[in-house]
Design a protein around this ligand. Structure first.
Ligand code: ARG
Length: 462
């Protein structure tokens, strides 16, 4: 274990153990170990190519870093959150020096931990964002599978949590999938913008050594090199954008879970979560609780908090690097972990849930969900919409006064007392499935159109 801190030359006194531990970040940034190693290997190769360090030293560095990476991967080497380790950068460099002597001491030429951490964080996100995008695609795919199964199952659509118009379950599930597909796009946008290599920025002002930035960027798979050294080490907007995309996705999951919890209630009874995706109560023997849905909803609070943490850390920071920036990783790592696990849990829960389509269909009668369709029926027969809206409203009032539960329960004579445009075909037109089938515009809830949406969305996540 390396015992020396990197800055021990200038400062004679060492912080006390508790203070050292306070400013250390190894417990958090050790997950960047492999990225840090990849960065150092590319940097050392470039240093040799540019004649800044001997080729033999670079070869040794490369070999040893490769060895350290395998030891970490196999578990032979474990990075403990020890009191003498400051961060992942000093740990890897220290270890290298311990094993190689002078060759190890060469690796940091032309580099600062400021551009190093900016590099490692970006390399890490370049690995992890595609994984999250894949989880989003899989989850959207599960929703689309369930939507296809239920593309013709009518259920009430709600506004203000009041029954509004009949829709299909497939349509509702497609609405969820569409949101996740945008979340996937937002992560791609963030990834595209963060795809620049900051190495060569040094502490803040670049380097006076003849570094060759392009080849390092190419070796590490970056699209571009960063434009300005000070910007590259001072900003964390890329972390903020990623945290924002994640918290939006989590807010989506949270809303889906809110729907799920409501649907799982006795009052709604629209969904039966499988027993393996439910939990019981320690006191009430009958309980079957939608804990997974609730916990996902709860975790959206953390990810929102992490976003606020990050933006608050950045606000008011003077340029360029300040130690405050060390707080960036814990917040974003937490958000990444939360989104990944919530997507996996949500997917499992949804794929095994049973939808009670009978209850959903029954709930389409009784709330006058067909009232808009009654108005549109009259519009199709030539009545101005506002008049049709008033007429349908009066019909609904008549029904309520007569104790009838739907417009279709009225006799034709009584309907015609409100408008002569009502004809025998009105009864067929106001059945829930007919209402749903009529909404066949692109984006609508008609079963055929929902199946088209499913096909289109599947193409987007292929
Ligand atoms: N652990 C630090 C961080 O995460 C690395 C950069 C340290 N740079 C410095 N000048 N103290 O931000």
């Amino acid at each position: 274990m390396p015992k020396q801190v990197l800055w021990a030359g200038r400062l004679k006194e060492k912080p006390e153990a508790e203070a050292f531990a306070f400013q250390a970040s190894i417990g958090v940034d050790r997950r960047l170990a492999l990225d840090d190693i990849a960065g150092s290997r590319a940097h050392a190769a470039m240093l040799a190519k540019q004649g800044i360090i001997p080729a033999a030293a670079a070869a040794k560095i490369d070999r040893e870093l490769g060895r350290i990476a395998s030891e970490l991967e196999s578990g032979k080497l474990v990075i403990e959150d020890g009191s003498h380790i400051e961060d992942i950068h000093s740990y890897i460099e220290g270890l290298l020096t311990e094993r190689l002597g002078d060759a190890g001491r060469m690796v940091h030429a032309g580099r600062s931990r400021n551009d190093q951490v900016a590099l490692d964080f970006r390399l890490y996100l370049k690995r992890v964002i595609p994984e999250l995008r894949n989880e989003l695609a899989l989850t959207a795919g599960t929703l689309l599978d369930r939507a296809e199964e239920h593309s013709g199952a009518v259920m009430p659509g709600y506004t203000h949590l009041q029954r509004a118009q009949p829709v299909t379950l497939g349509f509702h599930l497609c609405a969820w999938a569409a949101a996740l597909i945008r979340d996937r796009g937002r992560l791609a946008d963030a990834l595209e913008r963060l795809d620049e290599c900051p190495l060569g920025s040094g502490a803040l002002a670049g380097s006076g050594l003849p570094l060759e930035r392009r080849s390092v960027a190419d070796a590490l798979g970056f699209a571009r090199i960063s434009l300005n050294a000070m910007d590259a080490v001072a900003d964390r907007d890329f972390a903020l954008e990623t945290a924002s995309a994640i918290s939006i996705a989590m807010v989506h999951l949270s809303r889906f879970c809110e729907d799920t919890a409501i649907w799982a209630s006795e009052e709604f009874g629209f969904i039966s979560l499988s027993e393996s995706w439910s939990t019981g109560s320690s006191i009430m023997p009958q309980k079957k609780n939608p804990d997974f849905a609730e916990l996902i909803r709860g975790k959206a609070g953390r990810t929102t908090g992490n976003l606020v943490t990050l933006i608050t850390v950045l606000k008011g920071l003077p340029y360029a690097y300040n130690k405050d920036l060390q707080e960036d990783k814990e917040a974003l790592f937490d958000s990444i972990d939360a989104l990944r696990s919530c997507l996996r849990m949500f997917r499992g829960m949804v794929s095994q849930a049973a939808f009670n389509t009978g209850r959903m269909k029954a709930a389409c009668t009784g709330g006058f969900l067909e009232a808009t369709d009654a108005a549109e029926y009259l519009v199709r027969k030539g009545m101005p919409f506002r008049t049709a809206h008033e007429t349908a409203a009066l019909v609904v009032r008549d029904c309520i006064e007569a104790g009838e539960r739907s417009v279709a329960q009225r006799s034709l004579e009584k309907l015609q007392s409100r408008s002569k445009l009502f004809a025998p075909d009105v009864f067929e037109a106001l059945k829930p499935l007919a209402c749903v089938k009529a909404r066949s515009l692109p984006g609508g809830t008609a079963p055929k159109e929902v199946r088209r949406q499913i096909r289109e969305m599947r193409k987007l996540i292929k």
